[in-house]
Design a protein around this ligand. Structure first.
Ligand code: FHN
Length: 442
């Protein structure tokens, strides 16, 4: 009996996942800012923005940042693109301003993508922006300083797979192979020291791993790396791609004791809610790294609706931008971010610091979030019916519930409570575009 009581106590105090001896309360505390942030900016920027999807005068199919592999570019030739990478128009303060105005609370930028090029002044290797390219400026340092000043948390994407390091050659990518790769040497004497530099020099809040699917990388290596990084910075948050847990593009864990703090759906949003933290990363067009000919931009409305859908299901939305080789952000990206910021200025309280709801929707056009104290429900309406009558029946309302429309303070609108339902005649003049939020305080 005593044993059972002790076991029950342990189960309530500690996570049932592998993840360390951290109590649930400590984990909640560590994850709090990230959960509250709800909206982050992903930045894929590196040498691949130089060819921008073109090689030898031909369009290369696929993702911009994969050009080295997709076009089978030899290392020595790809290095010539690195020699041309000179983003003279890069202005970290301007990037931070764009991010802040968009309403993002954190930025995750590629410190090193699969091509192996480091976007900071690494002492472990010369294949970096300061030593190898003509630019000679430390991009991560400048952006970290600007983001911190703007109150935006700085986080780094880092690829485990590396197509440039001879020791890191993965069997899956034979065109990069060398005779005698030494994976352990790469892991211990290259990967880990570079990550240590990132933590020591720039103090990131999240490390966002990728390129973990190659056979050379194993779950025990992921757990070992997780423990190592947490020993350097205990408050770090790390995604589940540090191990082998992620289940394809769905991105959630395929097994119970997978390493990492959150799931990573890619280019998709979960069907429903999850008890495990998650973040959907998505592109604005079709590629992550800039490609000259990718004009398939999602509308601002679509991006705002995605943010709403993700928030209602309790996740974070990590929206990607792919800056150009000259250091500017494509205007199509900037305008969409500005639209999101405009919407969030009015409706942000429904997104930031709220929780999702198990029954996160009513019909196709209403999504819900709930304040942390549970007293306020936000009904986010993404499309109005033709008669502008919105009916909400899955939120408890009483005669004393206070109902308001965010951003709408003057002018008439009609709210009826009929048998526990809310029947709202939406006003003629709506506050803003794309989605509207009814706030219900009980
Ligand atoms: O191969 C990468 C890809 O280039 C991009 O970085 C995305 C972002 O999540 N992740 C990988 C594939 O899962």
């Amino acid at each position: 009996m005593r044993k059972i009581i002790i076991l029950l106590f342990a189960l309530t105090m500690f996570n049932t996942t592998w993840s360390q001896s951290e109590s649930k309360a400590d984990r909640d505390k560590r994850m709090e800012w990230w959960r509250d942030a709800a909206f982050g900016m992903f930045i894929h920027w590196g040498v691949y923005s130089v060819p921008a999807g073109q090689y030898k005068g031909q369009e290369v199919k696929g993702l911009g940042e994969w050009i080295m592999e997709d076009a089978k570019i030899p290392i020595s030739e790809y290095e010539q693109f690195a020699k041309q990478f000179n983003p003279q128009k890069f202005d970290a303060k301007e990037w931070a301003r764009i991010a802040k105005d968009a309403g993002v609370k954190y930025i995750v930028i590629t410190s090193k993508h699969h091509d192996g090029f480091a976007m900071w002044d690494s002492k472990v290797s010369d294949y970096d922006i300061v030593d190898f390219s003509p630019f000679k400026r430390d991009i991560l340092k400048e952006l970290t300083t600007a983001c911190k000043a703007a109150g935006i948390k700085m986080c780094f994407y880092h690829s485990i797979m590396d197509w440039h390091q001879p020791d890191a050659k993965a069997a899956k990518y034979p065109h990069q192979s060398t005779e005698n790769p030494d994976w352990e040497n790469y892991r211990e004497n290259y990967l880990k020291p570079q990550l240590k530099e990132l933590i020591t020099n720039y103090d990131p809040e999240v490390l966002w791993f990728d390129g973990e699917w190659i056979d050379e990388w194993t779950e025990p290596q992921g757990k070992d790396l997780y423990a190592y990084l947490k020993s350097l910075k205990p408050s770090l948050i790390i995604n589940n791609r540090i191990g082998k847990g992620r289940k394809g593009m769905n991105g959630m864990n395929a097994y119970e004791d997978a390493a990492g703090d959150f799931g990573t759906p890619e280019q998709e949003i979960l069907e429903g809610t999850s008890d495990f933290d998650w973040e959907s990363c998505m592109t604005m067009n079709d590629t992550w790294g800039f490609k000259t000919n990718d004009h398939n931009w999602k509308s601002s409305e679509k991006l705002i609706h995605n943010l709403i859908d993700v928030a209602a299901k309790g996740g974070n939305y990590l929206l990607n931008i792919g800056p150009k080789a000259d250091g500017t952000i494509p205007p199509e990206t900037v305008s969409r971010l500005a639209d999101m910021g405009k919407w969030l200025k009015v409706n942000g309280e429904a997104i930031y610091g709220t929780n999702g709801r198990k029954d996160y929707k009513e019909g196709d056009n209403i999504r819900f979030t709930v304040s942390k104290d549970g007293k306020t429900t936000y009904a986010m309406i993404t499309k109005l019916p033709a008669d502008r009558k919105v009916i909400i029946s899955s939120v408890l309302v009483s005669a004393s519930s206070k109902i308001s429309l965010l951003g709408y303070s003057n002018g008439p609108w009609k709210v009826d409570r009929q048998n526990g339902k809310l029947v709202i005649d939406m006003p003629e003049k709506l506050p803003g575009e794309h989605a509207w939020v009814v706030k219900i305080v009980n």
